[in-house]
Design a protein around this ligand. Structure first.
Ligand code: GLU
Length: 512
């Protein structure tokens, strides 16, 4: 068996969609699980679609997830260069091989001529004009023109492309690891352009040449590339490389949260969920795209979530750290059918990881949330808030939205419990609680609890009558961590003043 070498081969045409990140992840897992090598190759031969900053975005996304390549433009390696734009001579050399062995030919038809031909066919009722075995002899190319005419055109530097000469009448069989046996008739494939007039290769040529030269053993990529694979197999044949052709595994589509249709870039904006790994902030403000990272997901949760979009371990286990995924992952367990992108599931994974990741790792992220709102937390306070809230939080920003009361006075009170529980005539009774707490020297959760319980007993009040009042006054809501621990963190002065302000506000709520 050849050593496993796989590649992630994105085109730098913008932000990397989350589906692209899944492709990268599966390649990474397969490489790691099989003692192989994970290559990053930047497919940037389409200059019209090139977007500045996209390559950096891809590298940063992979790094954030902890799945950086072993070889690539930044990392280097023995199979470089890893940017296709830096491999022009290689493609020219290999195109020449196909021209020499009769598998490819020059075509001189201009854009205009091709359009005219298409229009003429349309007028005659044929809407699917194709450049292929049936039509090529009626076009201007090195097969239809005489050798002299061809030589003259080449010498005069006439614009030309190189096309693959596809022989109809063959069957192309692909034994896809995910999809099983897939057959294509070569007659379905047209004489695809391999080398463009600008001297740059098309995706197909560059992809096949590079997979061969980089000794790629398995091509793991999105299902949308399956139809192109027929052409790729024909190219391997044309080069005489069929024996060392990589194995193919085409990954299922990611579907919209509704389960209907392909997940698109716009779904993120429409539904207010991220469908990109990290924020895309290049270009115009309206081009902004929201990332998983900035939405507050941990890399471990993102990876676990993505791994399950199209794969399952065949057991009940759902939580897998990266190393465990490496162990468990196999191409054979990838599903054929599309995977529904359910962001609630990502939130669930994130909560699981927030609970199980050491506090020391989450606390700095929590600190950053508070810092962004102008509050510098001590390490100790950041750790305490993390510990107290992590079971109640799905996304990291919620540590601040749910925990701002730790450092800020309450600005809004949940009214429902107040309407139900606050009795203005009992205010003198509740004022005793303020006095009791204000006089408490040992401001610890057990002491606060003991004082509160003593107050309750003296006034024949139960927890149900007192805790909601305390909670809403101090934190704005009845939900939250243990009330007494919460007060211990908020502090005595703050608690006392918040009770005073709270009672006033409660009177107003009741009056309103
Ligand atoms: N450059 C292609 C893309 O952007 C690569 C497809 C492949 O992996 O062959 O997805």
């Amino acid at each position: 068996m050849n050593p496993v070498r796989v590649r992630f081969a994105p085109s730098p045409t913008g932000a990397l969609h989350i589906g692209g990140l899944r492709t990268a992840l599966y390649n990474y897992l397969f490489a790691r699980g099989n003692g192989g090598v994970f290559v990053l190759r930047i497919e940037d031969t389409d200059q019209k679609r090139y977007v500045e900053g996209a390559e950096e975005y891809i590298a940063e996304s992979l790094e954030w997830c902890g799945i950086s390549p072993d070889e690539g433009p930044q990392k280097g390696g023995n199979y470089g260069p890893y940017r296709q734009s830096e491999r022009r001579e290689i493609y020219a050399e290999y195109t020449q091989k196909l021209l020499d062995n009769g598998s490819a030919y020059y075509a001189f038809d201009t854009e205009e001529e091709l359009n005219d031909r298409r229009e003429a066919e349309k007028a005659a009722g044929n809407h699917n004009f194709r450049y292929d075995a049936a039509t090529r002899m009626g076009m201007r190319n090195s097969l239809s023109l005489s050798a002299e005419e061809t030589a003259k055109l080449l010498e005069s530097n006439a614009p030309r492309v190189v096309r693959l000469k596809v022989d109809p009448g063959h069957t192309v069989v692909i034994n896809d690891i995910v999809r099983g046996r897939v057959e294509f008739a070569s007659a379905e494939v047209d004489d695809k352009v391999l080398m463009k007039a600008d001297g740059l290769p098309t995706y197909h040529l560059a992809n096949v040449v590079d997979d061969h030269l980089m000794e790629i053993s398995h091509v793991i990529r999105g299902e949308e590339w399956l139809p192109s694979t027929a052409l790729h197999v024909l190219l391997y044949r044309a080069f005489g490389w069929e024996d060392t052709m990589p194995q193919f595994a085409h990954l299922p589509l990611l579907l919209k949260p509704t389960g209907k249709g392909k997940l698109s870039k716009r779904d993120g904006q429409k539904l207010g969920i991220p469908v990109f790994p990290i924020n895309w902030e290049k270009g115009a403000p309206e081009d902004f795209l929201q990332g998983f990272r900035e939405t507050g997901l941990l890399p471990a949760a993102t990876i676990n979530f993505l791994a399950f979009l199209g794969w399952n371990p065949g057991t009940e286990q759902e939580l897998f750290q990266l190393e465990e995924l490496v162990e468990a992952f196999s191409l054979e367990r990838i599903n054929k059918s599309g995977a529904r992108f359910d962001f609630d599931k990502a939130r669930w994974f994130n909560q699981q990881y927030l609970i199980t990741t050491p506090v020391a790792e989450v606390a700095p992220l929590v600190r950053a949330q508070f810092a962004a709102a102008g509050h510098e937390l001590s390490d100790e306070l950041a750790a305490t808030i993390t510990e107290m809230l992590r079971e109640r939080v799905h996304l990291i920003p919620e540590f601040f939205t749910k925990g701002r009361f730790f450092v800020e006075p309450v600005s809004e009170y949940e009214e429902k419990p107040i309407r139900k529980k606050w009795k203005p005539e009992q205010r003198p009774v509740f004022d005793q609680l303020i006095t009791d707490l204000a006089g408490l020297d040992d401001w610890s959760a057990p002491a606060i609890k003991a004082t509160t319980v003593a107050f309750m007993e003296r006034n024949e009040l139960g927890f149900g009558a007192v805790l909601p009042i305390l909670r809403v006054a101090v934190s704005g809501t009845v939900q939250g961590p243990d009330a007494f621990e919460m007060l211990a963190v908020v502090g005595r002065e703050n608690t006392v003043s918040r009770l005073r302000t709270g009672y006033d506000a409660f009177d107003q709520i009741k009056a309103g």
